[in-house]
Write a protein that binds this ligand. Structure first.
Ligand code: MLT
Length: 277
């Protein structure tokens, strides 16, 4: 899949005094939507959706710390720091309006930290294939194993077992462009980026309790065949937030925005519905 939108970038001094660069893809005009990619992917995963939404929204898809065109990470960070990068991006772009966050999986964890820190900057949230609960001990151990495997061995070996879980069988058999893109993102993920992101995700708090206090409308989207963040995880977020809606796509696994972009774009365009759901 050729890239539809080139990256451009902003630079700023972050809250720790370090110069930081955030590359991003941008298209369209209208109310701003920030698209946050999953692990260990990059902003290219949002291009089919951006292509469908650019006539209604100003679509901005950053490469999160260490991924895509972002610089290699050489020190640990928290997901709250990544949320602060987004704050700086919004400031640097001079965005005055509240933003919609549309975020997949790890991007969703970052979106939760953004809502925690900057609730006044958010108009609504779309949590795609994500989960509100933190990791249990076994989950943290798996993350440590992945982090060590990426550093000590071959980074692709550490992340390639995800491939079969990211895409539904239908996509894996019938959509070679999507498969190639996902494989390319997995191959390009650097060892340090994999490891620091795994440690940041392992340290993230449980957000389900906080989500009960959210005052932003929240759309929870998931693929029926998602083995990583299954429909129960989306349902738990939907039940936690006061203004929630839930949509389940029968045709996708973990990469619903990439596997079912027409369906996904329709969910965004038609939400909130008249009854607010
Ligand atoms: C993702 O898709 O971003 C990751 O699978 C999330 C995770 O590891 O929890």
């Amino acid at each position: 899949m050729n890239s539809l939108f080139d990256t451009t970038e902003v630079t700023f001094t972050d809250f720790s005094g370090k110069e930081r660069r955030v590359p991003f893809r941008i298209a369209g005009s209208g109310p701003p939507i920030l698209f946050l990619h999953g692990f260990p992917l990059d902003s290219r995963m949002w291009e089919p959706l951006m292509a469908r939404l650019q006539n209604k929204f100003r679509c901005i898809a950053p490469d999160l710390r260490g991924f895509g065109e972002a610089s290699e990470e050489n020190r640990s960070y928290q997901l709250d720091d990544v949320a602060q990068d987004l704050y700086h991006l919004i400031q640097a772009k001079g965005i005055q309006q509240k933003v919609t966050l549309c975020a997949l999986s790890m991007g969703g964890y970052v979106a939760m930290r953004f809502v925690h820190q900057y609730p006044e900057l958010v108009s609504r949230v779309i949590l795609s294939n994500s989960r509100g609960n933190g990791d249990d001990a076994a989950g943290r151990k798996t993350r440590l194993d992945t982090a060590v495997r990426a550093i000590a061995g071959d980074p692709y070996d550490a992340v390639s077992p995800m491939y079969e879980k990211l895409l539904s069988e239908r996509t894996r058999k019938g959509e070679p462009e999507i498969c190639n893109l996902v494989q390319d993102m997995l191959r390009r993920a650097r060892a340090s980026s994999i490891s620091w992101a795994q440690l940041a995700m392992a340290a993230r708090p449980d957000s389900l309790v906080e989500m009960k206090e959210w005052s932003v409308p929240t759309l929870c989207v998931v693929g029926e065949q998602d083995p990583i963040t299954p429909p129960e995880a989306a349902r738990a977020m939907f039940e936690a937030v006061p203004q929630g809606a839930l949509r389940i796509d029968p045709n996708s696994a973990h990469m619903t925005p990439l596997e079912s972009p027409d369906w996904f774009a329709e969910q965004i365009a038609n939400w909130p519905a008249v009854d607010g759901k």
